[in-house]
Design a protein around this ligand. Structure first.
Ligand code: NAP
Length: 730
């Protein structure tokens, strides 16, 4: 490929209907067939930014552009220092507002203080940041890159998008991508105009060939480009594929009163639809009749260790709203080190019954033990297609569906779009197209995303949909491990780590039957034979190792969520429900440190815990009372959200941890501001951590007599100093 100086690259592939054509000026004799090229760079942690970047790349061709796509980590494959074509960044956020691991190096590079302020003045870019408003520092990964590029003189050619996984990425992503094409057209148009002027002044040769100062070969042409007039209307109408409801049986419609996963109501059912472009297929799957039976667990290569579950205890009464279980893992043989505050990734399989049903539904039941071979389709139009690493070559079909692919996650719109193409029945097909269309966004959100509908639910609801295996392999994401905080200290439990979790219950809905959370439900079943009910586990209980169920784990250290190194620093911990897990580890460690350093001065320790009922789900009650009794905990402040008022009939008793924080506002503020102590919050990302944050702002504002803005600045300062730390989970 050779680049025209106008920022448009010449391409050698044959001209297609969708490609832009440029007429040569009288200055040159040879026509030049070109497509406007831009660069897409993504920084992805779990694959979402990557798949959105790939989607943009895919759509680019349909809009008459060509796009190169690279992961930000592949720094040898792109060079922003000399990039004169527009660049589109898609960047996710991880941890406490950090850029994804794959973008870390890039961020370090652009943060280099020696870079001049105009370092990227040649760069025109757009940035789509992904985040989750349930977490602090929303979209901070993308914002970090965006603001640094601005500082270095780069210019936006399109406003930055901030997509929120908390409410559905597609709410922002879809319109952002839709608007990107016009922005690109305008950018290329203005670049072409300025290049035209440059070209008039330049010393070009007759055959368009030009060697620039750095010796690189470049095509120079003064192209008469009006990108608005290029065949885009044709392209758009192709993409838009207005699908009307002509084919729908009017009688059926008239009997439908409410929308559901399977059926829509007017106006959607009568609307023309804007559906996403059909994702290009790119995989070819072969099933070899070699038996791979017996393969039951994933290999060890991603740093996982198979360990025994040496104890399992139910922490709640049988009639508690949620069932909490504590597991003890024996990690002595693997010598796994951890600190309280760290977490562990646990590998869990998809449910055998769901895999079985999926195989049956796809008519692949008899081939479940065949070895799977995956190749790239020869003529795929997918740019930079690669065989997904999540699919091991020669693994059995059953193994791949069990351990490698996330079959429970709600299919995204691109997947729904692709499924529609393999649906025979026209009304089923129409409904699938509605669900992935712009017009059907609200239905998608209610009946697919919010309803936690998975592929199998869709296949049940749309019986004529029969996708090939290759489509599943292209669209199903990697089955991710689930992380759990260590609820122990190795000082107190050498060679062991404890976890605690609530068994997630997903009640039956019209869209799917009742089920338990993938990992928590699996773990609960996995340990059912060794589970001790609350209060029954004998202290000396030792299970024979043969009876101990096994699990694959990998340490996931935290860089910040640890007790202060200085023992005299006071700490406030807030952890309702299973959010108390890391604090049990903290307190076990403190208890041991106090035993070992009797002369040392220890800072105060406050724990704010909350549960529903004192007698049903007060997790770790005995242990917490022991900590309070022996001074490990200076203050144990507990609230019960659903207990009746006590005999004294206390009115306005605190129900939630934040209410108790308010009651102890003076102490909390004094610890944080005067004593330079630390605040740790662990638990539910959706409500609790936000409410606690609001309460903290109130406390700081009231106690310091400052307004809300200043309180926000003070709290932001605490975060910066890593004295306000959150370990939040959704
Ligand atoms: P939970 O049992 O649902 O709730 C615990 C208590 O918090 C209940 O009394 C509940 O009251 C109350 N609560 C509800 N909304 C609240 C709010 N806005 N502010 C303050 N309190 C509120 O808690 P859980 O299921 O254990 O959830 C804890 C969270 O921590 C989960 O998101 C979990 O994933 C996460 N987590 C887990 C681990 C782990 O390792 N397993 C570690 C860290 C965090 P009502 O229900 O009566 O309203």
């Amino acid at each position: 490929m050779r680049a025209c100086q106008c920022g448009i690259q010449s391409v050698t592939r044959p001209k297609t209907r969708l490609e832009l054509s440029f007429t040569k000026s009288s200055f040159y004799s040879m026509p030049c067939e070109v497509a406007a090229r831009f660069l897409i760079l993504y920084g992805s942690q779990r694959g979402q930014a990557q798949s959105i970047a790939e989607e943009i790349c895919q759509q680019a061709a349909e809009h008459g552009f060509t796009a190169d796509i690279n992961c930000l980590s592949n720094q040898h494959k792109y060079n922003l220092d000399s990039e004169i074509q527009p660049v589109v960044f898609v960047v996710s956020t991880t941890g406490d507002g950090d850029p994804p691991d794959t973008a870390q190096k890039f961020v370090r590079k652009i943060k280099n203080k020696s870079l001049p302020h105009n370092h990227f003045s040649h760069l025109h870019y757009a940035l789509l940041a992904l985040g989750d408003t349930n977490y602090a520092n929303f979209c901070n990964g993308g914002k970090t890159i965006d603001s640094r590029l601005q500082q270095l003189g780069a210019k936006h050619f399109y406003a930055t998008g901030h997509a929120d996984d908390g409410t559905g990425l597609e709410v922002v992503v879809d319109p952002w991508i839709e608007g990107l094409w016009d922005a690109l057209k305008k950018t290329f148009s203005s670049m072409a105009t300025s290049d035209q002027q440059d070209t008039d002044l330049s010393d070009c040769t007759q055959d368009n060939f030009h060697k620039n100062a750095s010796g690189q070969e470049k095509y120079k042409s003064d192209l008469e480009v009006d990108l608005h007039l290029l065949k885009l209307s044709e392209t758009d109408s192709q993409k838009g594929k207005a699908i009307t409801s002509d084919s729908i049986d009017v009688e059926t419609l008239s009997t439908v009163l409410v929308a559901s996963l399977k059926q829509s109501v007017p106006p959607l059912s009568e609307s023309a639809l804007n559906v996403p472009a059909l994702p290009a297929s790119y995989l070819e799957v072969r099933l070899e009749k070699v038996s791979t039976e017996g393969e039951t667990v994933p290999s060890d290569k991603d740093g996982y260790h198979e360990v025994s579950i040496s104890k399992a205890v139910q922490l709640t009464q049988d009639d508690a709203v949620k069932t909490a279980i504590s597991l003890e893992l024996d990690i002595s043989e693997q010598n796994l080190a951890y600190q309280p505050g760290d977490a562990f990734d646990i590998l869990c399989p998809n449910r055998a019954s769901e895999v079985e049903e999926l195989l049956l539904r796809l008519d692949l039941q008899t081939q479940k033990n065949c070895a799977v071979q995956v190749n790239l389709l020869k003529n795929s139009s997918k740019k930079a297609a690669k065989i997904p690493l999540r699919i091991p070559q020669n693994g059995s079909l059953q193994f791949i569906l069990t351990w490698c692919l996330e079959i429970r996650r709600a299919p995204n719109k691109a997947f729904v779009r692709a499924l529609a193409d393999f649906t025979q029945n026209s009304s089923e097909k129409r409904r699938l197209l509605e669900l992935c269309s712009k017009e059907g966004s609200a239905d998608y959100n209610s009946f697919v995303r919010d309803a936690n509908v998975c592929l199998l639910d869709l296949l049940r609801a749309f019986p004529s949909c029969l996708p090939p295996l290759s489509l599943l392999f292209e669209h199903l994401p990697k089955l991710q491990p689930r992380a759990y905080s260590a609820a122990s200290s190795s000082l107190q439990h050498p060679g062991k780590v404890h976890f605690v979790f609530n068994v997630v219950e997903l009640p039956a809905r019209p869209e799917h039957p009742a089920r338990t959370g993938l990992c928590t439900g699996w773990l609960a079943g996995h340990v059912s034979s060794i589970l001790w009910p609350l209060g029954t586990v004998p202290a000396s209980e030792r299970l024979g190792t043969s009876a101990q169920p096994k699990v694959h784990v990998r340490p996931r250290p935290s860089s910040t969520f640890h007790l202060p190194a200085d023992l005299s620093v006071p700490v406030v911990m807030v952890g309702p429900g299973t959010g108390v897990a890391p604090f049990i580890g903290f307190l076990q460690q403190r208890e041991k440190e106090r035993e070992a350093n009797q002369e040392a001065t220890f800072g105060e320790t406050w724990l704010f815990f909350g549960c529903r009922h004192k007698d049903k789900d007060f997790l770790f009650r005995e242990e917490l009372e022991r900590f309070a009794h022996n001074g490990t905990l200076s203050h144990l402040i507990v609230c019960f959200s659903r207990d009746e008022p006590d005999a004294a009939g206390t009115i306005n008793r605190p129900t939630y941890v934040q209410h108790n924080l308010s009651l102890h506002a003076k102490n909390v503020a004094s610890i944080l501001i005067k004593d330079k102590g630390s605040l740790y919050v662990c638990g539910d990302a959706k409500n609790m951590t936000k409410d606690v944050n609001d309460t903290l702002l109130e406390i700081i504002g009231n106690e310091l007599q400052i307004d809300k803005l200043d309180a926000m600045k003070t709290v932001a300062g605490l975060r910066e100093e890593k004295r306000y730390l959150q370990d939040i989970w959704s």
